[in-house]
Design a protein. Structure first.
Lengths: 313, 323
């Protein structure tokens, strides 16, 4: 028997705690599983009563998500040659033909461009600023840091009013650049606070040794600090990416077409005759899956990210 | 262009970046004093924040004293003094929105703290596999609120929705007999349920960090002194987790005061204006009725409220920490 601790919970307590937590976890995961399941249902299956837990999987939702379709009369359908691809066959079953691709692809690409663009910019600027705040005597440092944090207290809708007017003047409304700059401004508060915490943890002695060896400050920053902070920078980047990826308020108020990201687009997916829930669920699945993978990768740094570095484990 | 012959195998990416930097610029960077580096490093961030945060804020303050309408930019802008603020504070719609926000804030924080703390406390019993289950519980928090809110609308459908089906299964009430989103009585609770589902893990994670920060020897001393489990909880566990819990409440408070995406997708503020939270009301005024001056005043009031409440709260939090 290993060392016995008087504070270690008893076996029975552990069992009860485990069962309660697992029950909660299973309940809380149901809506997410339901999204993924609905994506593989046919439209009639998705709205059947009672809700179907076991069903014949179908890719109709995904096909509908990526295409626009038109309904044809029976005689016109009969006149057509037989469907050449599996997705055409699915659509043909519903008396429809594919008219073209849907907008989802574009919106998804917009999300990727704006997400990665703003993440790159926030990390670039944030790392520099965090190093500056961490290592140098910047006048009014505490005020500046608090100011950076307080920019997060404004409701996005309130910020959107002047940004909307400003972007209209500058010609930045509904552009990728406009959204990247805006998301960078929002993300940078998180980036600076998180990265400052990570850089604070790197001993100054490392750089001092490098300086004595004849490195300049800038070289010491590039060759000593950056590699040491790599993990911190990577996890901060993922947090910034998740924020831009998920953001809705600015996106819905400031974009309408060319630069619209997926979150404002997904709720507008409408099928032919009634809401096409499998298509909505398919879009949601594609959109949520990357974030879920990132969350699992990030789990060690999660707490730090969500509390702006206020709580470090 | 960089001559490939110059690149040796031992060079790192940083060296390559350094080579690509024009010589004149490289020389200047290398020769910079610490002070100059500090400004070059911090400066761009400050400039960006000034341009995208502070300048618009000042503009909002200015607009709040005018009758400007963004859909009629060519109309003369008239200075109206404090009239926007006066109208706002006497408008019943504002107070209905504030009330809805307060209801939402209070109950989401209440449930999230209760469930979140309990979960953290249970996870801290260190049963086998608790890491895996913690990760699963955390998932909803990281997802896009708008996308998730939109999908919950489906779960809440009266006849076909899975949520209604589960409630029917447990209570026997007819599935089509209640509308979570369509009924004036239930809609405020339906948004509380989704927000609690989504954000309880946040409170849980922070509480868990708090619980794990309590050193074992304190409990050991308590056991030796024959303090009961109950006593240990109230005199050790709770006071030591309190600063963490208060921090969690601060974050949730600010976030839910700003709440927009999740609720706008779920109910759109309806039915009527029962779930019209401050941000949703602001969006209607600013981007549907285009009363830019009036909504700017509302934005300023909201900002002052969050900022004021948060500052007072942080002071209280620091007092608790010092104890």
């Amino acid at each position: 028997m290993s060392a016995y601790s008087i504070t270690e919970p008893s076996k029975r307590v552990k069992w009860i705690a485990g069962i309660l937590v697992i029950t909660y976890a299973l309940v809380t995961i149901v809506p997410i599983l339901w999204i993924f399941a609905t994506g593989f249902k046919t439209p009639p299956d998705s709205i059947s009563y009672p809700p179907k837990v076991i069903f014949q999987p179908s890719l109709e939702g995904y096909v509908n998500l990526f295409t626009t379709r038109t309904r044809l009369a029976q005689e016109d359908l009969d006149a057509l040659p037989p469907p050449r691809t599996w997705y055409e066959a699915i659509v043909r079953n519903r008396n429809m033909v594919i008219a073209g691709p849907s907008r989802f692809g574009e919106r998804f690409v917009n999300s990727v461009i704006i997400g990665f663009g703003s993440t790159f910019l926030s990390i670039f600027l944030g790392t520099l600023a965090a190093y500056g705040f961490s290592r140098f005597k910047v006048p009014l440092k505490d005020d500046l840091l608090f100011f950076i944090l307080s920019t997060r207290m404004m409701p996005p809708v309130a910020v959107a009013i002047p940004i909307f007017l400003m972007y209209r003047q500058l010609g930045l409304s509904d552009t990728h650049l406009g959204m990247i700059l805006l998301y960078t401004a929002v993300n940078i508060s998180l980036a600076v606070w998180l990265l400052k915490g990570f850089i604070d943890e790197i001993p100054r002695e490392y750089e001092e040794a490098a300086l004595i060896d004849g490195y300049t400050r800038f070289q010491a920053f590039m060759k000593v600090v950056l590699p040491q902070a790599a993990t911190g920078i990577a996890s901060t980047a993922i947090f910034c990416l998740i924020f831009s990826w998920n953001e809705y308020a600015f996106a819905v108020l400031l974009t309408s077409g060319t630069a619209q990201t997926a979150p404002p687009f997904i709720p507008t997916i409408i099928g032919v005759g009634g809401l096409d829930w499998p298509a909505v669920a398919a879009a949601a699945s594609i959109f949520l899956l990357p974030v879920m993978i990132f969350t699992i990768l990030l789990r060690k740094h999660l707490l730090r990210g969500i509390t702006f570095g206020a709580v470090r484990k | 262009m960089l001559d490939p012959a110059q690149v040796t195998m031992t060079e790192t990416t940083i060296d390559k970046a350094a080579h690509k930097t024009p010589v004149a610029m490289a020389r200047r960077i290398r020769g910079l004093s610490d002070r100059a580096i500090a400004w070059w490093f911090v400066g761009p961030t400050i400039i960006l924040l000034l341009a995208v945060n502070i300048f618009p804020l000042i503009w909002t303050i200015y607009l709040s004293f005018t009758n400007f309408k963004a859909n009629r930019p060519n109309r003369d802008i008239k200075y109206v003094g404090l009239r926007n603020y006066e109208r706002l504070l006497t408008d019943t719609d504002t107070w209905i929105a504030m009330q809805a926000t307060a209801h939402f804030l209070f109950w989401t924080i209440f449930f999230q703290v209760l469930i979140g703390f309990t979960l953290a406390w249970l996870i801290n019993k260190k049963f086998k596999g608790n890491d895996l289950w913690t990760t699963i519980i955390v998932l909803p928090m990281m997802l896009s609120p708008a996308v998730v809110g939109n999908f919950w609308k489906f779960l809440y459908q009266p006849q076909i929705g899975f949520f209604n089906y589960v409630v029917t299964w447990f209570t026997g009430a007819e599935s089509s007999s209640f509308e979570m989103l369509g009924s004036v009585n239930l809609a405020p609770w339906s948004i509380v349920i989704v927000d609690t589902w989504m954000w309880t893990p946040f409170v849980m994670l922070i509480c868990l960090a708090g619980l794990r920060s309590i050193p074992d020897y304190i409990y050991e001393a308590a056991v030796i002194d024959r303090a009961s489990k109950w006593r240990q909880f109230w005199t050790i566990t709770l006071p030591m987790v309190l600063p963490f819990l208060m921090l969690a409440i601060l974050f949730r408070g600010i976030e839910n005061f700003k709440m927009f995406d999740l609720v706008v997708q779920l109910t759109g503020g309806g039915p009527g204006s029962t779930t019209e939270l401050a941000s949703i009301n602001l969006k209607r005024e600013a981007f549907e009725k285009w009363r830019t001056g009036y909504s700017s005043a509302f934005a300023i009031i909201l900002f002052v409220t969050v900022f004021g409440l948060a500052s007072i709260y942080v002071k209280a939090l620091n007092k608790v920490k010092e104890r």
